[in-house]
Design a protein around this ligand. Structure first.
Ligand code: PLP
Length: 396
């Protein structure tokens, strides 16, 4: 529109949620009680023991100055001891851990730290949109990391020779947003072996690492022998401790990558507010019982929603992690058509799969991070949907 705007920003894809947002507002104006299952942030509050630590730290005027660039020692040590307890991984808090202002910030900044314009980045399709847009902004070239459509695991042998030779960087994300896919350590082992052989750095996004159900425990990529030679793992307190607005995360692993990211960041920001880092240290040092309590709530919501979907003929495999359900839309409809019909006929918003990449077409994502009574209401409305009618309508 304006010549002041860079070509990179002009060519960023339009915000895919905006069409749905417009519709939502229109329906709300007409008095429709819209239930938004498109949201990707927890509805539950931050546990009080974390809030209390923040309040205590706010009373110390010594905490109002700049943090050190890499983050305060207590937080970096809490990340390291969390890795030791949770995964039996040893990390040097001074060189192998860095504080982030939310993991999204780190994910976006690590790309220009590692690639030059024109370099190729392997990105899971479907995947978290930031991998793609941050690569575009850094002048990089996105290549799809092929995933199988059963379990959404990487298929390294399906990467063409030319892409493999050009790739400098690869993103992985398990438990996954949007597909809710989970893996065992062997997938990380083969990823590390592949990346070492072809000299590709690995960025693992572990935002949902603690959001898991029953006996499943999500592995860390840093558990693989030699992972630190080639990989870093991004972590976030947003989803596991209901701290999205606090903006606190970390990166752990390869020190060269962390040093490069730290260089970008020290020229961009000056780390997070100290009281927030101390409160986050309190969270990571805890016995994680608050995380278990959250997971229990998500699991109950998950079971309700899966039953509702099965009742209306939408088959879903029960995920082992994240607060998302990823499912195929009824045959004959596109993702967009299905999500629009769900909004018009049931007043329920879900996210069309193609918002997460071209391979998401034909799927939709439900978020379980809405109050349980709202979810119950959504379930009730969805039960009355007539998918036969929906299929029929789509032929016109
Ligand atoms: C929410 C999310 C993030 C970002 O988390 P913040 O720490 O709040 O920035 C990163 N990756 C995935 C896959 C997410 O869903």
């Amino acid at each position: 529109m304006s010549s002041f705007i860079s070509k990179r920003v002009q060519s960023l894809p339009p915000y895919l949620f905006s069409i749905i947002d417009e519709k939502k507002k229109l329906l709300q104006k007409k008095g429709v009680d819209v239930i938004d299952l498109g949201i990707g942030a927890p509805d539950l509050p931050t546990p009080p023991f974390i809030v209390n630590r923040l309040i205590r730290e706010l009373e110390n005027p010594g905490n109002f100055k700049y943090s050190s660039y890499s983050g305060c020692k207590e937080y970096r040590e809490a990340v390291a001891s969390f890795y030791k307890k949770q995964y039996n991984v040893d990390l040097d808090p001074d060189t192998e851990v860095l504080t982030l202002i939310g993991s999204k910030e780190g994910i976006a900044h690590v790309i220009p730290a590692l690639i030059d314009p024109g370099d190729t980045v392997l990105i899971p399709d479907p995947g978290y949109p930031v991998y793609r847009t941050a690569t575009d902004l850094a002048g990089g070239s996105c290549a799809d990391l092929p995933l199988d459509h059963e379990d959404y695991r990487p298929m390294f042998t399906h990467i063409s020779d030319s892409i493999r030779e050009k790739a400098k960087l690869m993103f992985l994300n398990y438990p996954s947003n949007p597909t809710a896919a989970t893996i065992e350590l062997d997938i990380f082992e083969s990823a590390i072996a592949f990346a070492k052989k072809h000299k590709i750095a690995i960025i693992h996004d572990s935002a949902y690492g603690l959001v898991t159900f029953d006996s499943y425990k999500a592995p860390s990529i840093l558990q693989v022998n030699g992972a630190k030679e080639i990989a870093v793992e991004f972590g976030s307190l947003s989803k596991s401790f209901n701290m999205t607005g606090w903006r606190i995360g970390y990166v752990a692993g390869n020190r060269e990558i962390i040093q490069a990211l730290s260089k970008v960041k020290s020229n961009t920001d000056t780390c997070q507010f100290l009281p927030i880092q101390y409160a986050a240290a309190e969270a990571l040092n805890s016995d994680l019982s608050s995380v278990d309590e959250n997971n229990h709530i998500y699991k109950q919501r998950l079971e309700k929603m899966i039953n509702a979907l099965r009742n209306i003929g939408i088959a879903v495999k029960k995920p082992r992690g994240t607060f998302f359900i990823w499912a195929a839309v009824p045959s004959g409809l596109t993702s967009q058509q299905f999500t629009e019909k769900l909004l018009e006929e049931a007043g329920v918003i879900v996210t069309p799969g193609n918002a997460f990449g071209p391979s998401g077409e034909g799927y939709f994502r439900i978020s379980l991070s809405v109050a349980t009574d709202r979810l119950d209401e959504a379930v009730k409305r969805m039960m009355t949907l007539d998918l036969e009618v929906m299929n029929h309508d789509s032929n016109h």
